[in-house]
Structure formats: structure tokens, C-alpha cells
Design a protein around this ligand. Sequence first.
Ligand SMILES: *Cc1c(COP(=O)(O)O)cnc(C)c1O
Length: 393
Amino acid sequence: MKNYNVDEKGYYGPFGGAFIPDELKENIDQLTERYVEILESPKFKKEFAALLKDYAGRPSPLYFAPRLSAKYGARIYLKREELNHTGSHKINNAIGQILLAREMGCTHIIAETGAGQHGVATATVCAMLGLKCTIYMGAVDVERQALNVARMKMLGATVEAVTSGGATLKDAVDVALGYWVSHPDAYYLLGSAVGPHPFPDLVARLQSVISEEIRKQLLEQEGRELPDYVIACIGGGSNAAGAFYHFLDEESVRLVQVEAGGHGTDGHEHAASITCGSEGVLHGSRSMILFDENGDVREPYSISAGLDYPGIGPLHAYLAQTGRSTVLTATDRQALDAARELSQLEGIIPAIESAHALAALPQLRFRPEEVVVVNVSGRGDKDMPTYLREFGL
Ligand SMILES: *Cc1c(COP(=O)(O)O)cnc(C)c1O
């Protein structure tokens, strides 16, 4: 059986590693040296578990969706990450890393954000522990996610609008990494399963609570721990990594990654890094990246700010390469339709990111007894202006 966990050099097969400037070497080395020991310590485990429970509101429910199940002819469950404090799975990782940062003696936290969910989660945990917080966000995203920008400011964070490049997530990461290079005393609280080792593994471990809970909840509700499918959307890959983590070695569980197909993968306006990308290095690790004919990183596109990223975490590139996972895409239109469908069949308005995962349902063929878990990574409040515009509400 293949090993889907990171090796000691930070690789998943050919993907991963730590391609970083010398200025960051000491920081990254220190983090690499200490993260497992800290995460495994009784003190961390106890504090992390208590905050997940009493602050974030975990465990998040696993809801059997009867009307969605009837429509697609399977036993469909929704993992309700949208019910967490701040409205998405991002809080799991933010709580874990803020405890890690405190343990390592850091007092200034920096982070990137796309849709603003990671920025809000980071600003939230910084407020909780009284730490200084600076969030880098593409100017385009500042515009299209105004509610989350306001939330970050309300929480006391400084929001830096990034105007370089396409002024979206990739550019925000570039500027945040640049700041870190010149201020290595800050802690970079990375929001997805991307970046140099050990971030992809660190984030996957902190998000793995999602699949840990799914196993327990399925055992209670279905009498078996293993579903037939786990479906998640892929931006950088943190909610998917968390939803897959405790099923990676269970070959009977089909793992489905859904990428943002934007206006369609026959053109260039999409963010489907696995489906249309090639191997390369971006933001410190080797993975599948969208490049143009000149070998420059291509400007990605998605209706969803959280999926609008030209790369993918190295674990996901490896799962796809080895055939462990199934990779699908959902266009803007398919995601919008899925968002409206979930709203009107189950009374749950999903984030436009999560709607991409739901858009996998009509693309798959199920048997009636099969158990399908869709990770609903976030709630749709932040996307109401988009839904309003698209549906003419
Ligand atoms: C950030 C975000 C995503 C995409 O990021 P991943 O790291 O791929 O999970 C998906 N859904 C929501 C609600 C988000 O906020």
C-alpha cells in the first residue's frame, strides 16, 4: 500500500518540499523541528480539544440529507463545517496554529486570505489571545468580500489590500511571504494545505478532526465507520485534506476532489490546477500549477474567491497522480445551480466554494445503498451579493 503521509523531507511522492529563501530557513527549520512534538504534547492536545469544543462549537454535525439523497439515489450526508464559529472549516486550523505560535513565542501574526474566511478566522483567534494581526488580501477580493473585510476590522486586525498581479489570493500570498522574509520574527499563519513543508502537513493534521468526527458519526448513524465516497472542493486543499485524512489508507473509500472550472476548462478562465496544470514550484512547494505558454504562473479565475488559486497542496497532487482520488471540476454555473439546489432542498445556503463539492453529485453515479459524505466547508452569507446578482433575487 502507498504511503500518503508526508516523508521526513516533506514530500508526498514527487510533490512538496520546502523551496524557500535563505532568510526563512531558520524559521521554517524551527517549525519543522517542533511542530509534531508540540501537536502531540498532552498540553496542546488538551487546549486544542477544549477550544474546538467550546469556542468553535465542535463536533460539527453530520446531517443525513433526505431530499438530496432521494434526488441522487444514495445515502447522502453533509458534514456541517459551515456551523463552526466564523462560518467555515478555517477556524480549526487557525486555533491550532495560534496555539503553536504562542508556544513558539511569536506575538505578531500575519496571514493571507482569499474569500476572507481565513482572514476572519485568524483575526478571531488573535483577538482571543490578544495578539497583533495583519491580514493580506488581494484588492479584487477586498472588493468582492466586503462583509469579511468589515469583520476582520471589527476584530481589530489590520487588512492590507494587495494590488499587484491579479490582486487575488496568489498575490496576497506573495506579499505575505515577502513581509515574512523581512520580518522573520512574525508567525505566518498559513490558511491552506499549501506552502513549504511543514505547512501542508501541519494544516492537514489540524483539519483532520473533520474525518475523525465523520468516522465516529457514521458509526453511530450508519453502523459503519467508512463511507463509500467523501467529496470536497479544492482551493489549496485544506478542507479536503481534513475530510480525507483518516480515510487515506482505506482504499474502499473513494476520495473526490472538485476543482473550480470557472467558465470551463476548454479555455483559460478556471482554477483547475490538477486537471489543467503541470508540475512546478509555487509558494515554496512542488505541486500541480497553472502555467501559461511562457512558463509564468497563469492568472486563475473562479466565481469563488476561496478557490481562485493557481496551485494545489502537494498531498492532493499526489492523491491525483497515484489514482487514489477522483478529480472533477465544476463550472461557475454548475456551482451556482448546486448552491440553489441545496438551499431549496435542505434549507442550507452553502458557501460558493462548498457548492463546487455539491456540484459533483450530478456527475457521479451511485447505488442506492452507498454512503456519500459531502463536506460543506462554509456558509453562504458572504456570497449573498453573488447569489443575488446571479439569480436576480
Ligand atoms: C477557504 C475556503 C475553501 C478553500 O480552501 P481549502 O484550503 O481548499 O479548503 C473552501 N471553502 C470555504 C468555505 C473556504 O472558506
